[in-house]
Each structure stands twice: as C-alpha cells, then as structure tokens.
Ligand binder design. Structure first.
Ligand code: ZN
Length: 146
C-alpha cells in the first residue's frame, strides 16, 4: 500500500456544541497539494468531536441538528458513569462518526450543491482541534511522497 500523506488542519471552536464548516479549508489543501484525483479522508483524532457532511446553505439545519442531538442525548443522565462529565459528548461523537470520505475529481471536491464538510464540536470550546486530511493519490496516480 502506498504511503498516504497526512495533512493536519488546526481548528478553533467557540462553544460546547458547534458545527464548523471546513469545506473551503479542505478544498484549499487539495489545491495547495495539487491533487487532481483521489479521495480526501477527513477525520478527527478526538473522542468528543466528529466529522459529517450536511447542508451548508441554510444555517437553520445546523441549529436543528445540534438541538436534536441535545434532545436525544442530554448532558447528564443518572446512569452516566464516566467521571469527566462529558458522556454526552462521547455519545454524540459515536453517533456522528469521526470521518467522512470525499472524492476529488479534476482538483475539486465532489460534493452536492448544498453539501458542506463539518467539524462537529461536542465538548468545546477547544483551543486547537486537529482534523486530518489524507490524500489517496495525485495527478496521474503518482504520489509526490510528501
Ligand atoms: Zn470523556
């Protein structure tokens, strides 16, 4: 298997629960690294943050999604045992997942008209959250080795 380069994206969040759109960041990385085709695997190495792809046209979608998650997964439950007090954050992360894969074609992320890539913060605010972006291959299927 080819050695896949990993590019780290540093993010900052402002609230405990937040959906931060990172589509432009990822597209910029694709351009900077001259990736013409392949796969962008966007993942987060935290246990209380997630990655998802969802609508980026109407901000109410983010609001509704976060509200529904709060309703489904309350901050405290009498049966929570995890003593960090953030069981809800871990549960939300488990539900949403820690990665999304996006096809790259002709140097562009292949996303639907209304789709955006989101870093989902569930235990913020966080000073620096790391998202990782791995590329599958470069133009002509050759890796540049970085
Ligand atoms: Zn915890």
């Amino acid at each position: 298997m080819r050695n896949l380069p990993i590019i780290t994206l540093l993010l900052q969040t402002k609230s405990r629960n937040q959906m931060l759109e990172i589509t432009d960041h990822v597209q910029r990385l694709v351009a900077q690294h001259q990736i013409q085709s392949g796969l962008a695997i966007v993942c987060v190495p935290h246990t209380t943050a997630a990655i998802t792809i969802n609508e980026n046209a109407d901000p109410d979608v983010k609001h509704d999604l976060l509200k529904k998650l709060d309703q489904l997964i309350p901050k405290s439950e009498t049966y929570y045992q995890h003593d960090e007090g953030n069981s809800d954050s871990h549960l939300k992360t488990a539900l949403i997942g820690n990665s999304a894969t996006v096809i790259i074609e002709r140097g562009q992320l292949v996303l639907g008209r209304w789709q955006g890539i989101y870093f989902c913060e569930f235990d913020g605010p966080r000073g620096i959250g790391k998202g990782r972006f791995g590329k599958a291959e470069k133009r002509g299927g050759k890796s540049n080795g970085d």
